[in-house]
Design a protein around this ligand. Structure first.
Ligand SMILES: [Zn+2]
Length: 200
């Protein structure tokens, strides 16, 4: 956004634009929301805010773990389709920029061992299980649906790529991990149903 160059007036955290003082109401000033944005429905406000957050992250390298997680989360959040498309685009761009052929990290990966879930020690197994459970819960919570096979694949890929183990080992995405995912998903679903029953 070229407009950011001119830092006059006030920043609106919803549309991400700098606008003159008079474009903010008294209350809007404190909240950093311009008059136009203040008049929007809450859903739209949320979405615009997510979009300007993604826009900020898009221009940032290297990105923090939170930023990556935010992008991953938004890319699956069907509640905000525009933000979802944008997050997917930013993620795809980031992926194509780090093609395996020209990846400088290749040397680094050579000494890392690729292990199946069962080859890790008890502590690492616990970490992996809770990462999967957490991601399943996040997914169900944000999308309000159970993960499809494709979602499952993405969640597991993400975990394999981002989980760091003491010795620099890498978790391999294989049948074993996929079966583990299914059993954790089953537990989470049972757990959620139990919660629902208790709420009644
Ligand atoms: Zn605004």
């Amino acid at each position: 956004m070229a407009k950011k160059k001119k830092r006059q007036g006030h920043y609106c955290r919803i549309c991400g634009e700098y606008k003159a003082n008079e474009r903010f109401s008294g209350k809007g000033h404190a909240k950093h929301i311009c008059k136009e944005c203040a008049a929007l429905p809450q859903e739209r406000k949320n979405e615009l805010q997510y979009i300007s957050q993604i826009d900020r992250i898009a221009g940032e390298y290297p990105r923090s773990r939170q930023d990556w997680e935010f992008l991953e989360k938004m890319s699956k959040n069907k509640k905000y389709p525009e933000a979802m498309d944008f997050a997917q685009m930013v993620l795809n761009m980031s992926r194509s920029q780090s093609d395996p052929e020209e990846n400088d990290d290749n040397d680094f990966e050579d000494w890392q061992e690729k292990l199946s879930f069962s080859e890790f020690d008890e502590f690492a197994k616990g970490d992996i299980e809770s990462a999967i459970e957490e991601d399943i819960r996040d997914f169900i919570f944000s999308v309000n649906e159970l993960p499809t096979e494709k979602d499952k694949d993405e969640i597991l890929k993400y975990i394999c790529k981002n989980m760091a183990f003491g010795e620099g080992d890498i978790l391999v995405l294989n049948k074993e991990l996929s079966v583990l995912f299914d059993s954790i998903l089953k537990e989470v679903v049972l757990d959620l149903e139990k919660d629902d029953d208790e709420d009644l």
